[in-house]
Structures are given as structure tokens and as C-alpha cells.
Design a protein around this ligand. Structure first.
Ligand code: GAP
Length: 521
């Protein structure tokens, strides 16, 4: 069922100019996508909402735009050359390649599915008198599945933490995991595969240098830490924010724009005094969750997920997950990265990466809290939450994207009721008076009902209809996308009614309140 919705969402994104497969006329390129006329507007709106909330709202956060190409030693220092790997396994019969960790995680999920089936069966059997908590505690079948799941989870966690590739393969054999294509257990050994793309810089084979396409934007911030701190006369604590492309040679690239090989990140590194990182970690965790929730997609659709296995640089890490059609999934990561990155760059470059703290009269390598979110994954989460199929009175139905107005690609559509009697001219005047403030569309083709449906399908929050009365008293009907209610308003009032909703002012007011209430002392 959820899969069905997801397929429809992917088709909808293509049909309405949000997301196209890359190089489609050449049969596409795996896990690479292009954003169409509506997609690029929405993507830009996501980036603006993030940038304004991080850079404009926080006096001590400034921006940066560093290059994708960087000195290759940066990736040695950061640990990516040696440790940015996925464990891979091939099936010899189907010649298909899988991530060993994903195969095992899917197996763990199968035990949960078995438990869910037992619960569903029992609920059917016992009807209203069914006590789920008691059933979970007492059912022998449920207990057996849960024990197997927990044992597998422990074994898997240990193998991953120890980087034990033989053990990962042994788990796959012991669990009798088969290749979904060939159905066989004819597996190769597990080996590590580095996710970074590389290319050559320079013209001759001898003189050229192997460089990497950045797998995260964060390192561009670290290596510019002192440039920004000194030229901006920044005092700790302060942050540097950046939006830009990142590249990863993902092996299991599925689920549309959830896992891509070329994607965009919005990252902020916040530099703090050693020992103060945990209170800032808590602050940013809360601020970032509120940033998501302010969009009004339903608070119940977000959750934190603390990491069990910490990355090589972190001493705490949490994901913010969103309820996608395929379950709760990570959209953003908040990491306490210690002073790992700056210390490594200090060591590899031989240049001091220290800050002199005028309050304590000490020099130190700052600690860092990172907030890191994928633009594309954010885009998918919003699309997934907004996609709605509605049955209307009279047997009619509609597909509507209930996008937060601040993110909607088109904020208002102006529709002349008929293509004559001066209505198109009046409609154009309204478009012209608003188009510098927000993205406005004009549409005069087809019946008014069809035009409303077209705007619903791309998530336009407001439609304005120009009719005969408009020509007499300068009023229009203003239709709300979600309630479909229409009211008559003066043209001169349109700007004020719409602007607060579509500009994000209301969201920022909520965030400013959060800032005040949670200010770190
Ligand atoms: N600098 C830290 C960092 O890059 P990450 O958890 O690997 O951390 C951060 O990535 C975010 O980037 C993720 O939460 C996700 O939103 C996005 N992301 C990572 N890999 C991605 C991929 N292959 N496709 C799309 N988005 C991705």
C-alpha cells in the first residue's frame, strides 16, 4: 500500500515538472536526477528557508561557499580516504552487488514483520478484548521472533563496530539470506568499497593529481575556519553555514531521490569551547527539530534517532527522522564532532588551527557541533508528507500537494474566469503587482475547475479568480487550496493577506521564540 503511494508520488513528481530522471533520453543514469520547473523553485525555497533560519536568525552564524574540488590531503586528514567505506558483497549467480549491512538490516526488519503479523492475527481472533501489550509479553511465537531479532542485532552491531568483514559474511550465511534476484546463497566475500568519486586534475598523466569530488561540504568549512574567524572577527561560539553539492558513489541507490550519487547538502559547523559541546549539541538538536516542525507537516511525523555506532569523528550523534512512505528515515544528522577535524587538518597541513579565547586567555582547537541536512532528502520528505488523494462530494476526486506555503513553487495563481471582457487584462495587472514579491502564475486555459486541479497538483496555496464583479468593484475570489473555500477580497488587500503566509514570517516567529526560550548560558 505504502509502496503504491510512493510509486504514485514518483510519477507525480515527473508529470508535474518537479523531478526527472537524469539523461532520460539515454535511458537515465543511476541515482542521478534533475529538477524541473516546479522542482527547482521548491528546492530554492527549501534552501532559502534553511539559510534564513541559520544565517539571518542567528547573529553568530555566517555563510560560506567553498569549492567542490579541494586538495586531496584534506580527505586523507578527514579520514575519508581510509574509512569512508561501505561493506559490499556480490551474488555470483545474479552478478548483483549489495551492501552487506543493508542485507542484514533487512533481515532484522523481517523479524519485526513476523511479530507484526502475529499481532494482527491475534487482534483479528480476539477482537475488542485484545490487549496488545499483554500479547507481546506472553506469546511464545512473538518471544521467539524477538529473541532471534535481538541476538542478530547484537551480533551485527559488534561486527560493524569491529569492522569484521568475515563475521558480516558469516551472519549472511547463518541467516540463510538469499539474493532477491537469483534466489541463491552463492555469495562472495565481503569487502570494503570507498564511496568517493575521483578524477584527475592537470593535463599530463605524469603531472596530474588524483583529486576527489567532495562527499560532504563540511570539510570546506573546516579548512576555512580561520579565514572566516579572522576576517569576520568572529568570537567563539560561532557557526559557518554552507549549501552545496556533494557526491557519493552509493552502491545501493534506491528510493528515488532518497539516496543519490550527486546531491546537495546544507551544513553548519558550530565552533565551541572544549567541554561546552554537549549543551550546544542539545541546543542545535532542539532548534533543528523545531525548524522542521514549524513547517506544519505534523509533529507526529518527526522523531529523533540516536546513533548506536558513532562515526570515527563523533562523541554524540542524533538523526532527525521523518515518516516516509517506507518508514521513519533520516533527513538530517546532528553530530558532536569533537575537535577531530580541526586537529587532523592542523596535523596534516602543519598550520595552527587554534583560536585565542580573549575571555579565558587560552588558545585551543575548538570543538564542533554539526547540523547536516540533505536538500533532496528534505524535498522528498516534504513531497511525501504533502501528497494527498482526496475524495470530494459528488463522486469527484483530486490529487493535492499540501505543501507548506513557504516552500510551494507557486504561491498564487491568477485565473480570469473567461478569456474576454477585459478579465485577462485585469488578471495580468494583478500578476504584475505581485510578481516581484512572490512567484505568481497566470492561467486562462480550460474550465476554472480544471485550472484549480492543476494548481492543486503542484501545491499552489492560493488561487485568485477574476470575474465580472472584479471589473465593477476591484474584488476577486480567493480560494484556499486545502479547504477549497472561497471568499471575496479586495485586490488592494491581497498582498497583506498572502505575504505573511508565503514569506515564512510566521515560521520565523516560532523559531525566534524557540531561540529565546532555549538560549545557552
Ligand atoms: N557532514 C556530515 C555528513 O555528511 P551524513 O549523515 O553522511 O553526514 C548528512 O549526511 C545528510 O546528507 C543526511 O542526513 C542526508 O539528508 C544527506 N545525504 C547523505 N547521503 C545522501 C545521498 N546519497 N543522497 C541524498 N542525500 C544524502
Amino acid at each position: 500500500m505504502a509502496e503504491d503511494v510512493f510509486k504514485k508520488l514518483v510519477a507525480h513528481c515527473k508529470e508535474y515538472g518537479f523531478v526527472f530522471p537524469s539523461s532520460e533520453i539515454y535511458d537515465g543514469l543511476g541515482a542521478v536526477y534533475d529538477y524541473g520547473q516546479n522542482g527547482v523553485e521548491m528546492k530554492n525555497n527549501i534552501k532559502k528557508y534553511w539559510w534564513d533560519a541559520m544565517v539571518k536568525l542567528n547573529d553568530n552564524v555566517v555563510g560560506l561557499d567553498s569549492s567542490i574540488f579541494m586538495h586531496p590531503t584534506i580527505w586523507k586528514a578527514s579520514g575519508h580516504v581510509d574509512a569512508f567505506n561501505d561493506p559490499l558483497i556480490d551474488n555470483r549467480d545474479s552478478k548483483k552487488r549489495y551492501r552487506a549491512d543493508v542485507l542484514i538490516e533487512e533481515q532484522i526488519a523481517k523479524y519485526d514483520e513476523k511479530i507484526e503479523k502475529e499481532v494482527a492475527k491475534a487482534r483479528k481472533r480476539f477482537g475488542d478484548s485484545f490487549d496488545e501489550a499483554k500479547f507481546m509479553e506472553t506469546s511464545e511465537h512473538v518471544k521467539a521472533h524477538a529473541a532471534k531479532r535481538d541476538a542478530l542485532h547484537e551480533r551485527y552491531k559488534k561486527a560493524m563496530n569491529d569492522n569484521n568483514l568475515e563475521e558480516l559474511k558469516q551472519i549472511i550465511i547463518d541467516e540463510e539470506i538469499v539474493c532477491p534476484i537469483s534466489g541463491t546463497k552463492n555469495w562472495t566475500d565481503v569487502r570494503q568499497f570507498n564511496l568517493m568519486f575521483s578524477t584527475e586534475m592537470g593535463s599530463t598523466a605524469d603531472g596530474s593529481m588524483k583529486i576527489y569530488l567532495r562527499p560532504e561540504t563540511a570539510q570546506g568549512i573546516f579548512v576555512n575556519f580561520l579565514n572566516v574567524q579572522k576576517t569576520g572577527r568572529m568570537k567563539i561560539p560561532f557557526g559557518i553555514a554552507q549549501i552545496g553539492k556533494a557526491f557519493r558513489n552509493e552502491i545501493v541507490a534506491r528510493q528515488f531521490i532518497f539516496r543519490m550519487r550527486e546531491f546537495e547538502q546544507m551544513e553548519m559547523q558550530f565552533f565551541v569551547r572544549p567541554g561546552e559541546e554537549m549543551k550546544w549539541f542539545a541546543y542545535w538538536k532542539n532548534f533543528r527539530l523545531n525548524w522542521h516542525k514549524a513547517l506544519g507537516m505534523g509533529d507526529e511525523n518527526y522523531q529523533y534517532h540516536d546513533h548506536e555506532k558513532l562515526a570515527h569523528y563523533a562523541n554524540a550523534a542524533t538523526d532527525i527522522e521523518f515518516r516516509m512512505p517506507f518508514g521513519f528515515k533520516e533527513v538530517e544528522g546532528i553530530h558532536s564532532r569533537t575537535n577531530f577535524d580541526l586537529s587532523q587538518h592542523q596535523q596534516y597541513s602543519g598550520k595552527k588551527m587554534q583560536y585565542f579565547d580573549p575571555e579565558t586567555n587560552e588558545s585551543y582547537v575548538p570543538y564542533v557541533i554539526e547540523t547536516s541536512i540533505g536538500v533532496d532528502r528534505m524535498f522528498l520528505s516534504i513531497m511525501a508528507g504533502a501528497y494527498t488523494e482526496e475524495q470530494l462530494e459528488g463522486g469527484d476526486s483530486r490529487v493535492v500537494l499540501k505543501l507548506p506555503p513557504v516552500l510551494a513553487p507557486v504561491k498564487m495563481a491568477v485565473l480570469p474566469l473567461v478569456k474576454k471582457d477585459g478579465m485577462p487584462e485585469k488578471a495580468h495587472q494583478i500578476v504584475d503587482s505581485m510578481k516581484l514579491e512572490m512567484n505568481v502564475a497566470y492561467d486562462e486555459k480550460d474550465s476554472i475547475g480544471k485550472r484549480y486541479r492543476r494548481q492543486d497538483a503542484i501545491g499552489t496555496p492560493y488561487c485568485v479568480t477574476v470575474d465580472g464583479q472584479t471589473l465593477e468593484d476591484d474584488t476577486v475570489t480567493l480560494r484556499d487550496r486545502d479547504t477549497m473555500e472561497q471568499k471575496r477580497v479586495k485586490i488592494s488587500e491581497l498582498h497583506d493577506i498572502l505575504y505573511r503566509k508565503v514569506s515564512g514570517h510566521e515560521l520565523f516567529e516560532r523559531l525566534i521564540k524557540v531561540q529565546r526560550e532555549t538560549a545557552v548560558k
